[in-house]
Design a binder for this molecule. Structure first.
Ligand code: CDP
Ligand code: CDP
Length: 203
């Protein structure tokens, strides 16, 4: 049976961490839809046309280990504002969402555009400063040379572009449950998300 969990929110709010944990606990498949935009953006950095890149994505492109860099994140957010690029990625995401056995998708427009009928919708947020600190720790841990101010301004530029675009902007679905993780540990955030999934499964 299909059961879709839609998890949206701004950059570095904890969407991926929560999604992976929910997928693990309930035995659902997980799709990080940001990777589709990152892989598309990554190819434009080599000069490939954005729409050509989106239309010809392969599983290999999503596996590349250089998709988590700040440059690729900005390129992702630029190609994500092109309506034709978004349209080229819709069918794949919807098919993934309705697979039997359940699916968790995280991104910006899952609860609003990709899966408006998702059984569970969460909108995960945290303060800009907390998100920037979390992403900074992650980047420093991977050996990137950067600092708090750079990471904060990168997140804010992306969030502003993602929220302002005309097609599928970053925003909460009206029926999403808000999860503000500013003062939550990963364990607390995961527990809150799992409780919401269990509640909907039981109803
Ligand atoms: O997917 P998204 O960009 O929303 O965020 P993420 O990659 O899941 O989380 C960004 C970083 O914040 C990771 O290093 C998480 O371990 C960390 N995190 C945290 O410290 N506390 C939370 N409640 C959630 C995530
Ligand atoms: O991990 P983080 O939250 O920093 O970024 P991501 O989820 O990997 O997304 C990278 C970029 O892709 C975002 O800034 C958005 O511009 C775009 N994106 C989108 O437009 N729609 C989605 N469903 C997922 C990502």
């Amino acid at each position: 049976m299909a059961f879709t969990v839609a998890i949206d929110g701004p950059a570095a709010a904890g969407k991926g961490t929560i999604s992976r944990a929910v997928a693990d606990k309930f035995g659902f498949a997980h799709l990080d839809t940001g990777l589709l935009y990152r892989a598309t953006g990554r190819r434009t950095l080599d000069g490939t046309d954005a729409l050509d890149a989106a239309r010809s994505l392969t599983p290999h492109d999503l596996d590349a280990d250089d998709l988590r860099t700040p440059d690729v994140a900005q390129a992702a957010s630029r190609v994500a504002a092109i309506p034709e690029v978004r349209a080229a990625l819709v069918d794949f995401q919807r098919a993934f969402a309705r697979r039997s056995g359940g699916a968790v998708l995280d991104g910006r427009d899952i609860g609003t555009v990709i899966c408006p009928d998702a059984e569970v919708k969460l909108f995960v947020t945290a303060s800009d400063e907390v998100r920037a600190q979390r992403r900074l720790d992650e980047l420093l841990g991977k050996g990137h040379e950067t600092d708090f101010e750079t990471v904060l301004s990168d997140l804010q530029t992306r969030d502003a572009r993602d929220s302002a675009r005309a097609t599928a902007p970053l925003k909460s679905a009206e029926d999403a449950v808000m999860l503000d993780t500013t003062h939550m540990s990963i364990e607390e955030a995961v527990a809150a998300a799992c409780a919401e999934v269990a509640r909907k499964q039981a109803s």
